[in-house]
Design a protein around this ligand. Structure first.
Ligand code: PLP
Length: 361
């Protein structure tokens, strides 16, 4: 784009999503140091939790990350061009008729049932695969009862893995799953083990095994809810103020007239809405930072707009064209999630495509 063809998508016009790749890398290094000598993978499914796998994965690969997990074969095929050397594992499994894609793109299938094990035995040309044991999710993976039937799989086991249902809680379920995992491993040929997601890493060294699979914590989410976040924040979301208005006590704001003003109020209308991932449940509940002052969302979330009560903010700091912080160090992904009644994972993966995205570092 040349300077003479200014598009409406230029940074000056748009609401801005800043993604700090340096912080992602720092978070990966922090987790790597914590689990060493276990190896730290990076889960980059759902486009690196919405932050851009094409940017995140190469940054992590340059820092030394050697194995990436995605959910879908399509995600793996798209990722291959961005990390040509790294190992890419596909959590979703090995569906019929897809083996040649795995071979051509040098992908590691995560085998989730005996049929997939048999398929890779026939089609996998002796290349390694990961075996997933379901120890309590009842979602993906071999049922423990099927594990004795694996025998000698006929290909190298790159790893045996399982996934925790309640990693962010202190519950006996974690140890119960770990015991089932141990029992399954004892019935299989020796192989590296992988058990922990972000929160699982913080359950202690017994959960680290040989390979950990963090996602959320890499992206600045708190893997230890209820305790201070040990990770660096990654995302900053800045909303552009489009208009300011003074409204009188008794007037209402937005669709459904759900918010009635109790006093004369200065309202800032900001260019981000539910089409951009500001979940509708944030209506009358979200918070933002305007010129250093925390201000509340008032009224419902519109598709493209939110309305903030900026009466308490410094007037010079909130003018048409200025930016308010919707996500940042003081109003984190996890804070916004709490305001929306959801988890930070959903906030991250909902962030829309319409923002002007800036990757730093
Ligand atoms: C998504 C996922 C992860 C990463 O989980 P986080 O909580 O984001 O760290 C790890 N393992 C499996 C099987 C997953 O589906």
């Amino acid at each position: 784009m040349s300077a003479t063809t200014a598009s409406p998508a230029t940074a000056d016009a748009a609401t801005i999503l800043e993604i700090d790749l340096g912080a992602v890398v720092d978070n990966w290094r922090t987790l790597s140091a914590r689990v060493a000598p276990a190896v730290c993978a990076a889960v980059v499914k759902a486009d690196a939790y919405g932050l851009g796998a094409a940017k995140v994965a190469p940054a992590l690969a340059a820092a030394g990350c050697r194995i990436f997990f995605v959910a879908l074969l399509d995600e793996a095929l798209a990722l291959r061009q961005f990390v040509p050397e790294a190992e890419i594992a596909v959590l979703g499994g090995l569906l019929p008729g897809t083996s040649h894609f795995f071979l051509d793109a040098r992908l590691t299938p995560v085998l989730n049932d005996l049929g997939q094990v048999e398929r890779w035995r026939r089609k996998g040309q002796g290349r390694p695969a990961i075996l997933h044991i379901d120890t309590g999710m009842n979602r993906l993976g071999l049922a423990p009862a099927d594990v004795p039937r694996v025998g000698d799989p006929g290909f190298p086991l790159r790893a045996v893995m399982s996934h925790l249902a309640c990693a962010e809680e202190d519950t006996p379920m974690n140890e119960a799953q770990r015991r089932r995992f141990e029992a399954a491993r004892a019935l299989l040929p020796p192989a590296p083990a992988s058990f922990a997601n972000s929160s699982g890493i913080f359950l202690g060294p017994a959960y680290h095994y040989d390979l950990v699979r963090p996602g959320f914590a890499l992206y600045g989410g708190n893997p230890t809810p209820g305790s201070p976040n040990p990770m660096r924040p990654v995302v900053r979301l800045l909303g552009r103020v489009l208009q300011l208005r003074e409204a009188a006590a008794g007037e209402t704001v937005g669709y459904g007239a759900t918010h009635r003003l109790e006093r004369p109020t200065r309202i800032a209308t900001v260019a981000a809405g539910y089409a951009d991932g500001l979940l509708r449940s944030l209506g009358n509940r979200g918070r933002a930072l305007a010129g250093g002052t925390t201000v509340p969302f008032i009224g419902r979330i519109s598709m493209d707009l939110i309305t903030l009560d900026v009466t308490a903010a410094e007037p010079a700091a909130v003018e048409p064209g200025s930016l308010v912080e919707l996500i940042g160090a003081t109003n984190t992904v996890d804070d916004l999630a709490a305001q929306a009644g959801t988890i930070g994972y959903e906030i991250l993966t909902s962030l829309g495509r319409r923002y002007h995205r800036i990757w730093r570092g």
